[in-house]
Design a protein around this ligand. Structure first.
Ligand SMILES: [Zn+2]
Length: 251
């Protein structure tokens, strides 16, 4: 694929009209893709190329020059609704870990269902872990029985009552309704974020490496990864593995 090609590399005009010089990296496959090509041609068929040089142009700015300010103007005019509650970050785990839960809450993970909605061809939309339901964020992280097992294992380890969750938000607020010190609540929140990250990892291992989900292995991984992060990033340098394994976190 030639990403840097110019319009005149692909579109020329001769006596009979507009001529497309496609250079696809591979043949156009299947109905879905040929439909997309037809749609594309429909969109650009009425274009009349000018003889000037190709240049980038922003249609949201009167001068055609892209600026952050012009995008900001459009966004503020679009009447955005702010979310009910702001996502709570946790500096005891790395950003890349928190991002999974943050995106999941907004249903912005590239699940099969999300890809299909964006017209990206997927073979089927079924959850790769259970094979019984459509793969959405709510399913993968909350409703799938593999997720349910993971959350019950976490609850048992952290000495929490069995987790009753109907949506992602119920998991992200688990620490708020639990008893104990602020430190303990923050630790529970950190573990919850690591569990989101780990569930997505398990899902990817199943999709891309055909690995079979293993609940015990996953719990061990969550315990050890979360221990390393919490010990190094919190001011709990004295936290021992033994204390962590009992989830004894200062009361
Ligand atoms: Zn499932």
């Amino acid at each position: 694929m030639v990403k840097e090609c110019m319009v005149y590399d692909r579109v020329t005009v001769d006596n009979s009209g507009i001529v497309f010089n496609w250079a696809w990296a591979r043949p156009v496959l299947g109905l879905e893709e040929s439909n997309q090509v037809q749609q594309l041609i429909g969109l650009i068929d009425s274009l009349v190329p000018t003889s000037g040089k190709d240049r980038w142009c922003s249609k949201y700015d009167p001068n055609g020059i892209f600026s952050v300010a012009s995008i900001k103007r459009i966004l503020s005019a679009a009447n955005r609704i702010s979310p009910e509650r702001a996502f709570e970050w946790n500096n005891w785990v790395p950003k890349k870990v928190g991002i999974v839960a943050w995106r999941a809450e907004m249903e912005r993970m590239p699940t099969k269902n999300a890809l299909a909605i964006r017209n990206i061809p997927v073979l089927d939309q079924m959850c790769v872990l259970c094979g019984e339901y459509v793969e959405t964020c709510d399913h993968i992280f909350v409703l799938c029985h593999h997720a349910q097992t993971a959350w019950q294992n976490i609850a048992a380890w952290c000495k929490l009552p069995p987790v009753v969750a109907f949506g992602i938000n119920d998991l992200l607020t688990l620490h708020e309704v639990s008893s104990g010190s602020r430190k303990k609540k923050k630790a529970i929140h950190a573990v919850v974020l690591v569990t989101f990250w780990s569930i997505w990892k398990m899902r990817n291992d199943a999709v891309f490496r055909q690995r079979i989900p293993n609940a015990m292995k996953m719990l061990d991984e969550i315990k050890s990864m979360a221990y390393l992060w919490v010990k190094n990033r919190s001011k709990e340098a004295t936290l021992t593995w033994e204390e962590w394994s009992r989830f004894s976190f200062g009361g």
